[in-house]
Ligand binder design. Sequence first.
Ligand code: GLU
Length: 429
Amino acid sequence: MADTNVFEDAVARVQRIGTSAGIRAETLAALRHPLATLTASLPVRMDDGSTRYFVGFRCRYNDVLGPTKGGIRYHPGVTIEEVQALALWMTVKCAVVGLPYGGGKGGVTVDPKQLSRLELERLSRSYMRAIADSVGPDIDIPAPDVYTNARIMGWMLNEYETIRREKTPGVITGKPVGLGGSLGRDEATGRGAFIVIQEFAKRRGLEPGKTRVAVQGFGNAGYHVARLLQRAGYPIVAVSDSQGAIYSENGFDIDSLYQHKQESRALSGVYCSGSVCELVDHERITNAELLELDVELLVPAALEGVIDANNADKIRAPCIAEVANGPITGDVDEALADAGKVVLPDVLTNAGGVTVSYFEWVQNRQGYPLTLDDVRQRLSDRLVAAFDDVWRIHESEEVSMRAAAYRVALRRIGAAIESQGTQEYFAGG
Ligand code: GLU
């Protein structure tokens, strides 16, 4: 899908679901536009001494439930529309899980693989300098997203604290544990998705051994969800990354694949040489073919818009767990539902990351770290409760899981807007 449509598509979905749920017009109007989006030019001194200018964005979409929260993405395809769509999805996501946050998102249009480590650090510091006036533990709290990680959050935190001349670890989450990061934050998105899939499997009586899975995207979230599913007995028959995809009827050993990728930096390294090739028979397929495989569970875990009007009718998996943000475009929601597909929506399925970010922020504010077991238990409690809320609406109001999740979120946001002051108040009601 063209980038320029991704934001309009995200807004249209909120309006469509909200209208059919009878959400007040005032709430829907509040979600039609972001609070503010900053566009910044980011000067970066390159290793050869020249200065290059990158473009970065930070969007604070809606803060009625609390400070805005959301990651920062480094990707050549980043646009203002994409960042705004992602910030709107964060607004819905935080409300679905009941976190005291609004939604935000940031991004830099850059191919981070083309930069040296020092250039990447200078870019990250330049980005933080650009947004420093509008972030803060009670204002807007960034975190990692596609192609950013704990190390990058550490550089940004250091830059922010240097500017402010005070320690404020709660300004950013997903940072290294040594700087106040939370144990279990790294695996949180994948683990959260695993919990949601398990809850769904219980309701539907899915047997792990008979549920073949294809995972599109082998980044942080894709890897962890694949690893946990495999450990629970699900055969992971296909995996892909930006270089291509591999298929094996008998399933892959995810940890060997991961190790291989770490060494070769790409799954493509797996195709030709090395231990994994000797371990399993695999076939090379394209990313498009992976999405259309005859499997029981499809897990898009990369970028948005991979299932759209061009391929929606070719998807054979009866269940799609959206681990990426926005992998399915809004215009095919209905067609997929009509075809009997169940979509476990991103705003619930990948909410584990921001949930553990919330735990990290709480730990920073209290100055009291949690154990890994404690983090995992709290994550599970939160997501099981959120799943139950969504499932209840899905069954009682007979709507898709996505519409049910949006209804949960829009009702919470609507109630908060009303509590802030209503026409009745001004009318003396
Ligand atoms: N980037 C993640 C997301 O899309 C995590 C955001 C956060 O932890 O604030 O949900």
